[in-house]
Design a binder for this molecule. Structure first.
Ligand code: G4P
Length: 528
C-alpha cells in the first residue's frame, strides 16, 4: 500500500476564487490544458458543460441565468504532483457554497480582471480566505487587453485587502499589447507567442536583456525598472507571510491566450502547501498518516437526472481511503459502506479504489452525510464545524397544493441537509411554513425550482420583514421573544437564530442588552 505521507507531499489542493467574468472558467480550462488533462486542445470544459445540460436538474436554470451553480472537483497531474482543483460557484449568491469548498482547500488562486481590479465578490471571497487563514496566489488576468497599470493594481491589492502583493512575474508591454513576463526570482525575460484561439499552449522563448531592449524598446526598459524597484523594496515572495495570509504572490497573464498560465501553475506546485495535519474540534491535529478520515464539505443531490442520486463530497484528510471499507459518520456514529465511491472530473464520474490526503471523493447515496460531517475508518475524529454565513434574505415558504405537503417536507429537508438554503422554523408554525434564509436571492430561485421539479411540490414564497440574523442561545431566547421586531427561530441542528427587521434595531438591542448572546456569523452584511 502507498504511504500516505509520500502521497500527501505530492498533492496540491486548491480552489479558484473570482468575481464572475474575471476568467475562472477559462483559467480552469487552461490549467487542464497545461496539466495534459485535455489532450492537446482546450475547449473541452465548455463542451462538457454542453453535455452536462442533459444531466442536471437545474442546469436549465443555470443556462438561463448564465451561471454555474453546481461545483465539482478536477484532478490532474502536473510535474510530479497531483493537483486537485476545487471548483467554486462564481455567482455571489452562492458564496456560502464557496465557503464550504474553501474548507476543503489548502490554498486559493484569486483571479482579477486587469481592467477591473478588486471587485465586490472578490473581496467577499477574500474575507473568507482570511477568516480561514487560507493562503492565496493572485492571478491578474486579461492582460492581453487594455486595463489598469500593474503598479496601480498592486496598490489596489495592498489598500483594499491589506495584504502585501509580492510579484512572481512582472509584465512586459502595456495592457493590450502584452509581450511577456520577467520572472522576479531569476530576472529572466520570457516572451510568449499567441496561438490560434489560445487552444494550444503558448510557445515561450527566453530572451536576453540585450535582445529584449532591441525588440521591446521602452516597454522593456520601463518593465525592467519597475521589476528592479520592486525587488529593491523587498517585494519578493515570502513563504512565511504568504502562509499567514499576509502577503500574496502575484502573477500576470492572460488565460485566453495562455500567456503566463504555466508560471502560475508552477507557482501552485512550488507555493501551495501540501496537505498537512488537520485541525480537529478538540484543538489537536490529525497527522496525514493517521488512519483514514475525511471531511464532508458539500452534499449535492440531483446532479444526474438519470440516477437521482445524492453525492457527498469528501476531502481526504488523513490516511489512505480504500473503496469498500466500512466508514463511520462522526455525528451519528452510523456505519456505511464506501462501495460506491467515485472521483469526479467535472460531471464525469469514475469509480475510485484508493485516495490520499488532499484528494476529493464523491460518496454516492451515503444518505446520512451532511456538510461538516467527519467520516473515518478506524480511529474516531471530529473536525471543527463549518461556520455558517450570515443569511441576508428571508422568505416564508408554503406549499401551493396542500395534498403535496409530504413532498414539500421531504424537499425542504433535503435542501436543508445540502445547505442549499438554511431552513428556519418557529415553534408556532413549525413545518407548515418554514422560513428559508439565504445569502443571495438566487438561492431561492434554485430552491423553488428544485422543490417543484425534483420533489413535485410547487411552493409560494412570501416576503418577511427580516433583514439580518445573529446566532443566539436558549438562555437569551425568552428575552428576545418578548421584543418587538425580533424573532427567534431554530435550524434543524438546533442552532437558534435571532432575526431582526433592521441592522439599526439589531445594533440597538446588542448595545442595550450586553447580557444577551448575539454572535456574529461569517461575512455578516458582506459587501454586495
Ligand atoms: P468566469 O468563469 O470567471 O465567469 O469567467 P469566464 O472564464 O467565463 O470568462 C468570462 C469572459 O472573459 C469570457 O468571454 C472569456 O472568454 C473572457 N476571458 C477570460 N480570460 C480572458 C483573457 O485572458 N483575456 C480576454 N481578453 N478575455 C478573457 P465571453 O465573451 O463572455 O465568453 P466567450 O464567448 O469568450 O466564451
Amino acid at each position: 500500500m502507498s504511504d500516505p505521507r509520500t502521497e500527501a507531499a505530492r498533492r496540491r489542493t486548491f480552489a479558484i476564487i473570482s468575481h464572475p467574468d474575471a476568467g475562472k472558467t477559462t483559467l480552469t480550462e487552461k490549467f487542464l490544458l497545461y496539466g495534459g488533462a485535455l489532450g492537446k486542445e482546450a475547449g473541452t470544459v465548455k463542451a462538457r458543460e454542453g453535455r452536462r445540460s442533459a444531466t442536471s436538474d437545474w442546469m436549465d436554470l443555470e443556462q438561463q441565468r448564465g451561471i454555474s451553480i453546481t461545483s465539482a472537483a478536477l484532478q490532474f497531474e502536473y510535474r510530479d504532483c497531483v493537483v486537485n482543483l476545487l471548483d467554486t460557484p462564481g455567482h455571489r449568491d452562492f458564496s456560502e457554497d464557496t465557503y464550504r469548498v474553501l474548507a476543503a482547500a489548502d490554498a486559493a488562486v484569486m483571479v482579477l480582471d486587469a481592467a477591473k481590479g478588486i471587485e465586490p465578490q472578490t473581496l467577499k471571497l477574500f474575507e473568507v480566505c482570511r477568516e480561514r487563514e487560507i493562503p492565496f496566489l493572485t492571478f491578474i488576468n486579461k492582460w492581453d487587453r487594455p486595463g489598469k497599470a500593474p503598479l496601480q493594481l498592486l496598490d489596489e491589492i495592498e489598500e483594499t485587502l491589506v495584504v502585501e502583493p509580492t510579484p512572481v512575474t512582472w509584465p512586459v508591454g502595456i495592457p493590450g499589447d502584452f509581450r511577456g513576463v520577467i520572472h522576479q526570482q531569476t530576472g529572466e525575460y520570457t516572451r510568449f507567442e499567441r496561438t490560434a484561439r489560445g487552444s494550444t499552449m503558448a510557445p515561450e522563448e527566453v530572451v536576453s536583456a540585450e535582445q529584449a531592449a532591441i525588440d521591446e524598446g521602452e516597454w522593456w526598459t520601463a518593465a525592467q525598472e519597475e521589476a528592479e524597484l520592486l525587488r529593491e523594496l523587498g517585494r519578493v515572495v515570502d513563504t512565511k507571510t504568504f502562509l499567514a495570509c499576509e502577503s500574496t504572490p502575484v502573477f500576470f497573464g492572460s488565460a485566453l491566450t495562455n500567456f503566463g498560465v504555466r508560471f502560475l501553475l508552477d507557482g501552485v506546485i512550488d507555493l501551495v502547501p501540501p496537505p498537512s495535519a488537520q485541525l480537529l474540534a478538540d484543538g489537536s491535529r490529525r497527522p496525514v498518516d493517521a488512519p483514514f478520515a475525511g471531511l464532508v464539505f458539500k452534499v449535492q443531490a440531483g446532479m444526474d437526472k438519470a440516477h437521482r442520486d445524492r453525492i457527498a463530497f469528501v476531502r481526504v484528510c488523513s490516511g489512505v481511503f480504500e473503496r469498500g471499507e466500512m466508514l463511520t459518520t462522526g455525528r451519528s456514529g452510523r456505519q456505511f459502506s464506501s462501495k460506491y465511491a467515485q472521483t469526479l472530473f467535472g460531471q464525469d464520474r469514475d469509480t475510485v479504489d484508493e485516495a490520499f490526503p488532499g484528494d476529493i471523493l464523491g460518496l454516492v447515496n451515503a444518505n446520512d452525510l451532511r456538510a461538516g460531517d467527519s467520516v473515518y475508518a478506524e480511529e474516531e475524529c471530529q473536525f471543527p464545524p463549518l461556520p455558517a454565513f450570515a443569511p441576508e434574505h428571508f422568505m416564508r415558504a408554503r406549499v401551493k397544493d396542500t395534498s403535496k405537503f409530504k413532498q414539500f417536507r421531504k424537499g425542504i429537508a433535503q435542501l436543508d441537509e445540502e445547505g442549499a438554503v438554511q431552513v428556519l422554523r418557529d415553534a408556532d408554525l413549525g413545518d407548515q411554513a418554514p422560513i428559508l434564509a439565504a445569502v443571495g436571492q438566487l438561492q431561492f430561485e434554485v430552491a423553488t425550482h428544485r422543490l417543484e421539479n425534483e420533489f413535485g411540490a410547487p411552493v409560494e414564497l412570501t416576503a418577511t420583514p427580516y433583514t439580518i440574523a445573529r446566532r443566539t442561545d436558549p438562555e437569551s431566547r425568552e428575552a428576545l421573544h418578548q421584543m418587538q421586531g425580533v424573532s427567534v427561530l431554530a435550524r434543524e441542528d438546533g442552532t437558534l437564530l435571532a432575526l431582526f427587521e433592521s441592522r439599526f434595531w439589531m445594533d440597538r438591542v446588542v448595545g442595550d442588552h450586553p447580557e444577551l448572546t448575539l454572535e456574529r456569523m461569517v461575512a455578516e452584511g458582506g459587501l454586495n
